[in-house]
Design a binder for this molecule. Structure first.
Ligand code: NAG
Ligand code: NAG
Ligand code: NAG
Ligand code: NAG
Ligand code: NAG
Ligand code: NAG
Length: 628
């Protein structure tokens, strides 16, 4: 789940364009419906019997509707490939129909989906949480006077938590980047317009009320005109307050008549259906776009890679490689698996900067064909003190297992727990675990001559000298890692328990790992992994990533040496509440989670720890408008 480019980039570009078109359509279309555009703007017959589904009423934009449906299906499909998994629409609609016109329409106003079905499918942990989350959804009764929409009370905390379980760190990001749109009055106008429209047909049927009918019509048209011209309070005409009073007076008069309940009921029902649909549709799109931003390499980074590659072939600098250093086991070797130039640069620069003796440090960057030359060129331009840097193209290495020749970055998994009735603890129960990917299992083969390496994930920043890691006595273990006991092996439901030694084993994370390659070879860890991988694979039904995760966990269950906690603080890619002092004191910071520091989405208060280690003066950065 890391920002990776790759061959699918072009496909992504089409998808992005598609989604943008879709968004424009989807904002225009519901608006058109709300304002009654499909019936002609100022025509008097604005209240008609409409089919149940709001989208079905657009006979005039048949083609648009169809393509929207198609795209919507596609968005849905694509979304399914991501974590988090979005609940089916039927889950959401069920609520609206079954609860006697209880409304979740306030969710649209807050932009937060409120739905009872929480699906955190990416989580291998406990999934039985439906009843519990029902409690988190406060329904808002729409009573006959229809004031309810405005006075919706729902605990922001609970909504937030529900959102987080369902959509992951997107919710945090949105909360963080919320720009309050000043449109309270516009919303009030829309509400009044809904109510007036609902009452109008009944009033119009009463012969004795021709004056009220006329007044209502006039007010409705007036509101429609104003709303057609503005969507924020600032757009409203100055004398709008007077219009509110007039409208309210007309409505209250209309309410004093015994009206045909059927009509009002039907109208309100349609409105609710519409807001439901609209809210969930927008939410899905937003999550989708957010996921795109998380997953795809930003355009500027792509530009950087291209420019550097071109530069590499243009320049005739003779490479002075410290070839002997690369395989000298007496030096301190670091391995970074990455396709991201900026990220690798920051890890290496920050490690070298804090090294007691940087000339003893050797860095090996394992990357793919696409980024190989750019990566090389970058480190020629930006040497890091006296450290030696080797860039390796995994696709060109001589390995027996050609299936593993594709670069795979450390994999991240979102794990959420719900402790049943205890909603309050949920905020603390979502984790992003990062673990070894297949590429890690090649290390003993790639670095045949080395005995020990430290593997750093590319979303790490180093703040202390790491040399002491080479003096650790790992007590015969293969992998020195920081453990997190907030998640235990036994809690991961999908793990085939048969191969489990101890269910209480704390989980470990990648990010900073001391690897004893000698021991690794001796114990045949890569072979064990392949065995578990095949074994889990035969179970069937799960994604490759999930299988790889489980195989890695099983492989290392009794081979991890616990590093002291102060070596690493993790969660800077999703957790807004990390203690600042802990961050300052940590030897390494790990930005696991979706909000990587080089992305627009990065958590602002953590970005600077990362950013300050980047040479932001580099000409190529400004040329490509890279400004993380
Ligand atoms: C609307 O689309 C349907 C197919 O979805 C088609 O059968 C019908 O003829 C179209 N109507 C118009 C007016 O284009
Ligand atoms: C809907 O709620 C009202 C009170 O708000 C109640 O009188 C009525 O029986 C309910 N109808 C159904 C079908 O539950
Ligand atoms: C998962 O939920 C079931 C039933 O709700 C419960 O019995 C079980 O203990 C839960 N497991 C964990 C790991 O919370
Ligand atoms: C409807 O809401 C109003 C306040 O908006 C309240 O005074 C009234 O009692 C409610 N009616 C019912 C039937 O709940
Ligand atoms: C996690 O729990 C602690 C106390 O147990 C609380 O102070 C903190 O705010 C919680 N964090 C979140 C994100 O809810
Ligand atoms: C390395 O980091 C330092 C500050 O920590 C910065 O001044 C320098 O430009 C960086 N070098 C590179 C190559 O990014």
């Amino acid at each position: 789940m890391k920002g990776g480019g790759g061959g699918g980039k072009r496909r992504w570009r089409f998808l992005v364009i598609g989604v943008l078109v879709l968004i424009i359509l989807s904002t225009l279309v519901p608006l058109a419906f709300l304002l009654g555009l499909h019936n002609g703007f100022h025509s008097p017959g604005f209240v008609t019997v409409q089919p149940a589904s709001p989208f079905d009423s657009f006979s005039r934009i048949n083609a648009t509707r169809n393509s929207q449906r198609d795209l919507s299906v596609r968005v849905h499909e694509v979304l399914h490939r991501f974590t988090p998994v979005i609940p089916k629409k039927s889950d959401i609609n069920m609520v609206a129909r079954d609860t006697n016109r209880t409304s979740t329409s306030h969710s649209k106003k807050r932009g937060v989906p409120v739905s009872p079905a929480i699906v955190a499918k990416s989580s291998p942990a406990n999934k039985t949480k439906t009843e519990a989350s029902y409690k988190g959804v406060q329904v808002n009764k729409v009573n006959a006077s229809y004031k309810g929409v405005q006075g919706a009370i729902v605990s922001a905390d609970e909504t937030q938590r529900t959102c987080q379980l369902k959509y992951g760190s997107y919710c945090l990001w949105r909360e963080e980047n919320k720009e309050p749109l000043k449109d309270a009055k516009v919303k009030h106008m829309k509400d009044l317009l809904f109510v007036a429209r609902a009452y109008y047909p009944s009033i119009a049927k009463m012969p004795s009320q021709s004056k009220l009918t006329r007044d209502m019509k006039q007010n409705i048209q007036e509101f429609e005109r104003i709303l057609s011209e503005g969507s924020a309070d600032a757009d409203l005409p100055t004398q709008v307050d007077k219009k509110f009073q007039k409208m309210e007076a007309v409505i209250s008069k209309a309410k004093s008549f015994p009206v045909d309940c059927n009509n009002v009921d039907k109208k309100l029902r349609q409105i609710l259906d519409l807001t439901e649909d609209e809210a969930s549709f927008h939410m899905k799109q937003s999550v989708f776009l957010y996921q795109l931003a998380v997953q795809t390499m930003p355009k500027s980074l792509h530009c950087l890679s291209m420019r550097l590659t071109v530069e590499y072939f243009k320049s005739s600098t003779v490479e002075v490689e410290d070839t002997e250093k690369f395989s000298d086991p007496s030096l301190l070797h670091f391995v970074i698996i990455s396709d991201n130039i900026l990220a690798s640069s920051v890890v290496i620069n920050s490690t070298a900067l804090h090294a007691r003796e940087s000339k003893n440090f050797v860095f090996h960057v394992l990357t793919d064909e696409q980024n190989y030359f750019a990566m090389k060129q970058w480190f020629i331009r930006n040497p890091c003190k006296q450290a030696a840097i080797q860039v390796l193209n995994i696709e060109k290495l001589e390995l027996d297992n050609s299936a593993m020749k594709k670069l795979s970055l450390p994999a991240e998994f979102r794990v959420s727990f719900t402790s049943g009735d205890n909603l309050a603890s949920q905020g603390n129960r979502t984790y992003y675990l990062s673990l070894f990917s297949q590429s890690h299992y090649l290390l003993p083969k790639i670095f045949r001559k080395l005995k020990k390496v430290v593997v750093l994930d590319h979303d790490v920043v180093v703040q202390r000298d790491l040399s002491p890691l080479w003096e650790l006595d790992m007590k015969g273990k293969v992998n020195g890692a920081v453990k997190t006991c907030s998640v235990r092996l036994g809690q991961l439901k999908s793990l085939k328990k048969g191969s489990l030694v101890d269910a209480n084993t704390c989980l470990w994370m990648s990010g900073l790992n001391v690897i004893d390659l000698t021991k690794w070879r001796e114990l045949g860890v890569s072979e064990t992994y392949l065995k578990f991988y095949k074994q889990q694979m035969s179970g069937g039904g799960e994604s490759r990533e999930a299988i790889a995760l489980q195989a890695t966990l099983l492989t290392f269950q009794d081979k991890v040496y616990a590093l002291d906690d102060k070596w690493a603080v993790s969660g800077l890619g999703y957790d807004y509440y990390i203690n600042t002092q802990a961050i300052k004191n940590a030897a390494t910071l790990h930005y696991n989670g979706n909000m990587k520091p080089w992305l627009e989405l990065g958590i602002p208060q953590y970005k600077n720890y990362w950013r300050k280690h980047l040479n932001r003066e580099d000409r190529f950065l400004s040329d490509c408008n890279v400004n993380p």
